[in-house]
Design a protein around this ligand. Structure first.
Ligand code: R5P
Length: 304
């Protein structure tokens, strides 16, 4: 196959899994940070020139520097003759700010989406936070067949039923319905979603769904992202107060900023399962086979 998989040193393990699932050769991009904070990247040319089709793996948790690295790496790849450049970003950052909530606010989704569309011919990601838009191509302006949003929800569901075969699946807010409904449908589980009001980064109010009796239930909270953990912690507290026998958590993207995991434990959360889109101690669901399927679905001009 005349294509290769580029990655950065801190994602060598994910790259090795994706290389094994796709048959692509993994090659590591070198990085150097200058004392003043600037970054140098160097594409791997020792063994051979870059092929014309390149896949670049970069999950975008803690995204700010990574976006600069992508800019440097992608434009260098083009200057070296790469003709088809695909970004695999298992976690895609800046998707939540999709409107200006107050005048003057940057609509980060549109800006970062436009930036990525300018660098790459295709972008593949998993469970991007698309709330007010429905397709990834609306956030990253590329032709639809080149902007692929895959979902880890079925894989999370498989993990959940292996541990809690009769769980109630609960989403902590309305946006989570897309993932909860999908996960529940796969195994015929019962599901519901809570209501949420956010008052600040670490202040959320979660109300349980009306008319559901959680007394004695094994509940698993499902969401796309755990960031500060407050959303899930609030939901877990409510569910325990409603008599749930256990509350566990399954999320696609384990951002877990700061003390988020401890916060969940303090709220009575038992097990926490996540996909490996962001490396974290809770990773239980490998995404490489799903990502490989996504890459196989791209037009052949991009990856053949
Ligand atoms: C937002 O709607 C997302 O789906 C998550 O619920 C949210 O980002 C979680 O954030 P945090 O963990 O900071 O409450």
């Amino acid at each position: 196959m005349d294509a290769c998989l580029l990655h950065f040193d801190d994602e060598a393990a994910s790259a090795a899994r994706l290389a094994a699932a796709t048959g692509l050769e993994a090659r590591c991009i070198e990085r150097h940070r200058f004392p003043d904070g600037e970054i140098k990247v160097r594409l791997p040319l020792e063994r051979a020139p870059l092929p014309q089709q390149v896949v670049l793996l970069r999950s975008l948790a803690q995204p700010n520097e990574k976006l600069v690295e992508l800019l440097l790496a992608a434009q260098t790849a083009r200057s070296l003759g790469v003709r088809a450049l695909t970004l695999v970003a298992p976690y895609l950052a800046y998707m939540r700010q999709d409107i200006a909530f107050t005048p003057g606010e940057a609509v980060s989704q549109r800006i970062v989406g436009g930036f990525l569309a300018g660098l790459f011919d295709a972008v593949l990601t998993v469970d991007p936070h698309l709330h007010r838009v429905h397709t990834l191509a609306e956030a990253i302006p590329l032709p639809e067949e080149r902007a692929l949003a895959l979902s880890a929800a079925p894989l999370l569901a498989d993990c959940v039923v292996a541990h809690r075969p009769h769980a109630w699946l609960v989403g902590p807010d309305a946006e989570s319905e897309q993932w909860v409904a999908q996960a529940a449908a796969r195994h015929g589980l019962r599901w519901a979603v809570c209501g949420k009001r956010r008052h600040g980064d670490r202040r959320v109010e979660v109300t349980l769904p009306e008319g559901v009796n959680f007394a004695g239930a094994a509940v698993v909270l499902i969401d796309d992202v755990a960031s500060t953990g407050h959303t899930l912690a609030e939901a877990a507290r409510g569910l325990h107060a409603a008599g749930a026998a256990s509350v566990d958590v399954a999320v696609t993207h384990a951002l877990f900023a700061g003390d988020a995991l401890a916060l969940l434990r303090a709220a009575g959360v038992g097990r926490v399962w996540s996909s490996d889109s962001v490396p974290h101690e809770t990773n239980a669901v490998p995404l490489a086979p799903l990502l490989a399927q996504g890459l196989a679905a791209l037009p052949r001009a991009l990856l053949s």
